[in-house]
Ligand binder design. Sequence first.
Ligand SMILES: Cc1cc2nc3c(=O)[nH]c(=O)nc-3n(C[C@H](O)[C@H](O)[C@H](O)COP(=O)(O)OP(=O)(O)OC[C@H]3O[C@@H](n4cnc5c(N)ncnc54)[C@H](O)[C@@H]3O)c2cc1C
Length: 599
Amino acid sequence: MPAYKASIRDIQFVLHEMLEIEQHYARLPGGEGLGRETIDAMISEVARFMERVVAPLNRSGDEEGCHWSPEGVRTPAGFKEAYDQYYESGFGSIATDEAYGGQGLPPSLRTVLSEMVGAANSSFSMYPGLTAGAIAAIQDHGSEEQKQAYLPKMNEGVWSGTMCLTESHCGTDLGLLRTKAEPLGDGSYAITGEKIFISAGEHDLTENIIHLVLARLPDAPAGTKGISLFIVPKLAIDEQGNVGDNNGVQCASLEHKMGIKASATCVMAFENARGVLLGEPNKGLRAMFTMMNHARLATGMQGMALGVLSFQGALEYAKERLQMRSLTGPKAPDKPADPIIVHPDVRRMLLTQKVIAEGSRAMAGYCSMISDLALRLPETEEGKHAEAQLELLTPICKAFMTDLGSEACNLGVQVFGGHGYIREQGMEQMIRDGRVLQIYEGANGIQALDLLGRKVLADGGARLKGFIGRIEALCEEHRGDEELKEFIEPLERLHPEWVGLVSEIMERALQNPDEAGAASYDFLSYSGYVSFAYFFAWSAAVAKRKLREGSDEAAFYEAKLLTARFYVRRILPRTRALVETMRSSASDLMDLDAEHFSF
Ligand SMILES: Cc1cc2nc3c(=O)[nH]c(=O)nc-3n(C[C@H](O)[C@H](O)[C@H](O)COP(=O)(O)OP(=O)(O)OC[C@H]3O[C@@H](n4cnc5c(N)ncnc54)[C@H](O)[C@@H]3O)c2cc1C
């Protein structure tokens, strides 16, 4: 397993130089007074902790896995100590409400932490990640009494959280769920049903586990309109907040899975477990969406994080591994062969990993900045505009960044050759750990439908045009700058094409709804590549300005320009194939009868 080293300089580039985060914080409730020194000190502290405490448990956690017994689930050695330190350091409550034990800092600071914890140890990141999502849902939809009862202990890390949606017969289609909630007459409910695939459903890290469970009330309408959300603690909690006996919540077994083996993925049985309603009856999905949107951005970041770790491992290896000579003559004549980084095809792989890491980091940074605005200034025009952009970018972030993260991890194995395929080097673990990111939190195909259907076609492209406004502003600012032309011109061509594709798909979908389904995945990928082109053009503009100002970090900024150039010339052309496939008819997919797929 490569030793994780946080990408501090590049994180600072995105935060300080692209996003100008200090100015953003200066006008954000909770961000006042956060100067560069404080931000950088926090980044360094988080980096140190992740590198020294969390990353060393990545390989051992994968090998040991979690263990089930009737008494509960044991996480791998070292997890409990690291988890306690994580919360003692305040990492679990950075951006949560101060009134309930949080620190009230801007949510975007959590993004930096998400990248680092995800790269250091994907399995470990699940436990605080689920708790953060549950906190967000209770914060947004809970009564004052519920917030007082649950949030302080969750912020402290003494209690953790889960989200319990999936049942064996219902994953994507939550309208099918069967778990029941019977009123007990005292304002609480008896929850009965079985949930599968529940991350952090049972473990030995905390005193109690607060499950957020989707269930149906007795007279609930069928489908998604009849789903309510309940807070169901594992151990009963009395009025003073003390935990007592088991509340009818059992982990029936652990799922045996391909990766994230140190994350306990549980089958959970609820047997007349006492719970309370969170939010309104039959509006559970709305409340759960707070948690899911939080989790979707976090999942995109996990994809980026694994890509970063894989890139770090591959880069180090490519500088050391000696095989063959460079096509243009020996580069290390004193050695028996050249390091493989001299070969163009190895560079193709490394640079692809690099643009995936840096493009994703910029996109995640931008999304976290607009989520600050949407969450902290919701009533302002700026906050509403940010919310609309976030709705558009969330499915792209989730699906595109996990697809590319998976591509990066595959390339990482390829750079190592056969040594990547065997377990010893740890490169294959990243493929296994990362594969689920394309599946959970709404499979990527569902993200594509969400993007095209709900976020683009449903509002006639209004949200998309909002984001394109940002792209146009960047183009406007740098139009005529010969040195930035190679980055700005493609954007000037692509953003009208993006809008045009929406009109084309809309027209075809009006005749045949399958046309939208057939175009959706290509549309999402296209949207991802164009968004990345915007972030690379933005980073190139910053780098060029720094070079013109005579920065003493010329090599860093030159590398930024060359990386952006690689993206525009070698990755962005993937949009051409996507346009062709998007324009092709749905009949290519639908004409073959299901029974004739195979003979
Ligand atoms: C490791 C792990 C951890 C998980 N953690 C949690 C958790 O903490 N809590 C929780 O509630 N769940 C959790 N899940 C469940 C996860 O969210 C689901 O697996 C996921 O939502 C997909 O549901 P499914 O597996 O039933 O697949 P299905 O819904 O059966 O889908 C199968 C395939 O069909 C596609 N598909 C389905 N419907 C459509 C459609 N209309 N159009 C196009 N394509 C479609 C899907 O994209 C997918 O590719 C976890 C799963 C795993 C593997």
